[in-house]
Design a protein around this ligand. Structure first.
Ligand SMILES: [Zn+2]
Length: 165
């Protein structure tokens, strides 16, 4: 929990930590190795328009499950987001209306404290692929991946047929 995010941002403070996937119940359900560790950094500042801003960076390696071969799929996460903190829902609506559609910024409502673990988990869940797949699955039998070359005799056989016909 981040107590007093306003003060945290006013002082441009920074926090960082590491936490295993097992610490995030929703994320752990998607990962095959609960001891994979995520690193996170949180920095307080203010946006150009003076709003309270938290910059969150999360990175790490996650073992997801490939949806094609069901084997482990190693995903490198490196995600950054800026969060603007609104005191109330009304303020959040007002702040969102000021943002351009393509701003890599999200508005959250938080009063006296912010649940950092929840922010991290939300951000990771949005960043990982919905349906993770290997570019090329390592354990699919070769004959399913490589088209069998035509036998060199099949061309001859075709010729034989023509000669005979
Ligand atoms: Zn695969």
């Amino acid at each position: 929990m981040l107590k007093d995010p306003k003060e945290f941002c006013r002082r441009n403070e920074k926090l960082e930590g590491g936490v295993p996937v097992a610490g995030f119940p929703r994320l752990a359900a998607l990962c095959s190795n609960p001891s994979d560790e995520l690193k996170w950094w949180l920095e307080g500042s203010h946006s150009a328009s003076g709003d309270i801003q938290l910059d969150l960076t999360v990175s790490g390696k996650l073992d997801l499950v490939c949806q094609r071969c069901l084997d482990t799929f190693s995903y490198s996460l490196d995600s950054k987001i800026s969060l603007l903190l609104a005191a109330t829902e009304e303020e959040a609506d007002e702040m969102e209306s000021r943002l351009a559609d393509n701003d890599p910024v999200e508005v959250i409502v938080g009063g006296d404290s912010v649940n950092i673990m929840e922010l991290i988990e939300d951000e990771v869940l949005l960043s990982i692929p919905l349906s993770p797949r290997h570019d090329a699955c390592p354990n699919v039998p070769l004959d399913k991946l490589v088209k069998k070359p035509d036998s060199p005799f099949s061309a001859l056989e075709g010729m034989k047929g023509r000669v005979r016909g």
